[in-house]
Design a binder for this molecule. Structure first.
Ligand code: ADP
Ligand code: MG
Length: 453
């Protein structure tokens, strides 16, 4: 009798313990989910501010990241995600060289030298591209496509083989922005030589950033960071106040032994667009020689100089993007001279003796250097750009118990578990993973390490 009473008491105690565990799980989980949406709280402010972070892939394989100060974040997250995806898809649909039905591919497929009707947005981008071609004396040139393809940087990848002089001379007859015309009313573009092609790869990402920003503003958001493939625009202040802090990847970030990788460079951005172009991410190596994906349109050969990366700051990202590529074509000295002549803010890293020389021109935002912590260095070494992952894993380990409790609680309540983003499960990226999350880290951490283009 006594024994059965003791057993019953023990069972009751176990049930109570389990119940308390579940309760604790629910309370802790709920607290954590709430904490996860608290992006930042200004030191002098008692007002909690939230930011929504959305990540995904666009234009084939270009990663993007959008952070929006939004309140209430759960309700607005999905709406932001849908608007962002729509804006990016629309640019891709018009300007992709990979889609046969894009304006660009259709124009490239025709031999006609008549006016060719395009979307007004395509015409606008082509118009800006031609302006920048003139400003940079042809260093930026969207007719460089055939050379890009022949040098094996286009959509069709073959085994790389350097081109012969004869092949290069042939390319030069096909390339030249002066063979391209544009009009906005009605929107159309025109080639004066039948085989002329256009490639908007060096300007479309910047334009996509601008389009996402414009969309967010039309939805009433005035504080955001938009990044597509390393091209960034920020507006307003980040959650909690203050400028957006963006890291500039070291030109040799993947080579951990290099001295340049021991420091991380950050810029504090305020209502500005910044785009970076570098020769260190996309290139061919052939018999010990490096062939850059930036093609000099006048020689129709990959550029070959000591400029490792160029960043441009401008009021719009389309301009910054195109100028960054132009700077890579021009090389350090000419890039700085041309930028100065056109009032363009520029930052360059030029290869020196085992290190890099940094040069700032115009009112390019100040760059600060900090020693890289061991974990960030490891992340850079492995090329892991997903800075939120370690935190996520740590949180996962610490709160596993709490999540179990929450799951049991949800089963008991017969209610589906909803994400912190409100309908997060529906917001699935191309990789099949949820791509809608709320940034729970200071923005500087969320944007580290930043990928240049
Ligand atoms: P990323 O694609 O890494 O952002 P860029 O913005 O510099 O780099 O764009 C490089 C792409 O632009 C190349 O892959 C090619 O398609 C195209 N391109 C190469 N050289 C030029 C050039 N001189 N002017 C315009 N576009 C170029
Ligand atoms: Mg560019």
């Amino acid at each position: 009798m006594n024994r059965s009473k003791t057993t019953r008491t023990r069972v009751q105690l176990q049930a109570l313990f389990l119940f308390l565990m579940m309760l604790a799980g629910l309370v802790v989980s709920n607290h954590l989910l709430n904490a996860a949406v608290v992006a930042s709280v200004g030191a002098s402010s008692t007002v909690r501010e939230f930011q929504v972070e959305i990540r995904g892939i666009t234009m084939g394989k270009v990663p993007y990241k959008i952070i929006v100060v939004a309140d209430p974040p759960e309700e607005r997250c999905l709406e932001i995600k849908q608007a962002v995806v729509a804006a990016l898809d629309s640019v891709n649909q018009l300007m992709s060289t990979y889609r046969p039905d894009s304006d660009v591919s259709r124009f490239n497929a025709t031999d006609s030298t008549e006016w060719f009707a395009v979307d007004p947005e395509t015409a606008l981008v082509v118009q800006r591209a031609l302006e920048i071609s003139r400003m940079t004396d042809g260093a930026f040139d969207i007719t460089v496509g055939p050379a890009v393809n022949k040098w094996n940087f286009g959509p069709q990848k073959n085994v790389f083989q350097p081109l012969s002089d004869r092949q290069v001379a042939e390319l030069q007859t096909l390339v030249g922005y002066t063979h391209l015309q544009v009009r906005l009313e009605p929107a159309a573009i025109k080639k004066t030589i039948a085989r002329l092609q256009i490639d908007l790869s060096a300007i479309a990402k910047g334009y996509a950033v601008d389009q996402v920003g414009a969309k967010l503003e039309s939805m009433g958001f005035q504080r955001y960071l938009v990044e597509v493939g390393g091209e960034v625009t920020v507006r307003g202040q980040r959650a909690g106040g203050g400028n957006w802090i963006v890291a500039i990847e070291s030109p040799d970030a993947k080579q951990a032994t290099n001295a340049a990788a021991s420091t991380i460079r950050k810029t504090s951005l305020n209502n500005v667009a910044v785009a970076t172009s570098g020769d260190y991410r996309n290139f061919h190596l052939y018999e010990g020689q490096r062939y850059s994906h930036t093609i000099d349109p006048t020689t129709c050969r990959p550029v070959n100089h000591l400029l490792a990366s160029a960043s441009i700051a401008a009021s719009d990202c389309m301009t910054a993007d195109a100028w960054a590529t132009a700077a890579m074509v021009m090389g350090t000295q000419r890039a700085h001279q041309t930028a100065a002549a056109n009032g363009i803010a520029i930052l360059t890293f030029t290869r020196g003796d085992g290190d890099y020389t940094q040069q700032r021109g115009g009112d390019y935002p100040l760059v600060t250097e900090e020693p890289v912590t061991d974990d960030v260095a490891a992340k850079i070494r492995t090329g892991n750009k997903n800075s939120i992952a370690p935190t996520f894993l740590a949180a996962l380990a610490v709160f596993l118990l709490a999540v179990v409790g929450m799951a049991i609680g949800a089963i008991v309540a017969n209610k589906p578990v909803t994400g912190s983003c409100g309908g997060i499960a529906a917001a699935v990226g191309e990789d099949g993973e949820s791509s809608c999350m709320v940034c729970s880290k200071p923005v500087s951490d969320c944007t580290l390490p930043d990928a240049p283009s």
